[in-house]
Ligand binder design. Structure first.
Ligand SMILES: [Zn+2]
Length: 211
């Protein structure tokens, strides 16, 4: 058994209702491979969420993300990929209102996008990274879609450490199967031409492709 991200074998088993592993090298927490929900189950769970413009809290969440993670760094007609936009693409709409040229992609709800020859100034991915069964593969894919100088803006709640993990609400959603912290992302970028531009060390992180 090895870490699904950094391949280290220094794993600690967290014995909870599902089995989770904590990687002592990169501090990733991930669920046992047998506990990953099936695609249909996952899709139903997404449809249960009230992810619409009518849900005020949901819109505010994205407005805060834009204000802190995107506005200080990017303006104008930048080409954006909203990756994992879900059934109600609120963030894509908010970004389009600001003048960005936005492509939407979601494996369940907007699967049509043809990525061939596409390169982006900004990729946004909010409440998506915690659903990756193979985060290394997904991050690799996003990295290749970024222009040099482009940004990857991520929202996913950073885990509070293995001791507090079981009591942390974010771990209770069965479709949340992988959890990161700042150290995980710092280790991760060693394999890429990426730098961390900003993180609130809670749920936001912004990367820039340097070469
Ligand atoms: Zn690891």
């Amino acid at each position: 058994m090895e870490c699904i991200l950094c391949k280290s074998e220094k794993l600690e088993v967290l014995n909870l209702k599902n089995n989770y592993y904590f990687c002592k090298n990169c501090e990733l927490i991930f669920v046992d491979r047998e506990k990953i929900p099936a695609a249909e189950e996952e899709k139903e769970r997404y449809l249960d969420h009230d992810n619409s413009h009518q849900n005020e809290g949901y819109v505010e969440m994205f407005e805060d993300f834009i204000k802190k993670v995107i506005d200080p760094y990017l303006k104008g007609k930048a080409k954006v990929l909203e990756f994992g936009c879900g059934p109600g693409p609120v963030l894509a709409d908010l970004l389009a209102e600001k003048g960005f040229r936005v492509d939407k992609y979601d494996p369940y709800f907007y699967p049509e996008l043809d990525f061939k020859e596409k390169k982006y100034d900004l990729i946004t991915s909010t409440e998506v990274f915690e659903h990756f069964s193979d985060p290394g593969k997904e991050i690799d894919f996003l990295y290749k879609l970024l222009k040099v100088g482009g940004y990857l803006a991520v929202m996913t709640s950073f885990h509070p450490g293995p001791e507090e993990f079981a009591d942390w609400w974010y771990s209770w959603d069965p479709t949340h199967i992988v959890f990161y912290n700042l150290k995980t992302f710092q280790k991760l970028i060693e394999d890429y031409n990426l730098e961390i531009i900003f993180s609130d060390q809670e749920k936001y992180i912004l990367f820039r492709k340097t070469a």
